[in-house]
Design a protein around this ligand. Structure first.
Ligand code: ZN
Length: 110
């Protein structure tokens, strides 16, 4: 039983704190807790302003986005988004256009 996280490198359990760092005696890996926080942050889908996006959120497109056959105008409101994995990390339906994939960096939370 320990309060320390498992080693991110080898998943070793016998980690300990050495000053501001965590140390893994199994593989000699050292890391800082803020690295872990940063990695967790990267997993989250965030809008152009860094706000967390979740399934069902409404967003506003921040710039004109060209796609095959048209343009989604900046300022378009998109309701009920779905967070997905991938380069385009938002699935949604846009009125008058239909199903679309967007990049979270080009929207902001409405
Ligand atoms: Zn390790």
């Amino acid at each position: 039983m320990t309060d320390f996280p498992n080693c991110p490198q080898c998943d070793g359990e016998f980690t300990y704190a050495d000053g501001p760092l965590f140390v893994c005696p199994s593989c000699a890996h050292e890391w800082s807790p803020s690295d872990e926080a940063a990695a967790a942050e990267e997993d989250a889908t965030r809008d152009a302003n860094g706000n967390l996006l979740e399934n069902g959120d409404a967003v506003i497109v921040v710039k004109d986005l060209k796609f095959n056959g048209g343009v989604v105008k900046g300022g378009t409101k998109v309701k009920n988004i779905r967070i997905v994995d991938g380069d385009h990390d938002i699935d949604c339906k846009i009125d008058g256009i239909g199903a679309m994939s967007l990049k979270s960096e080009f929207v902001k939370k409405a």
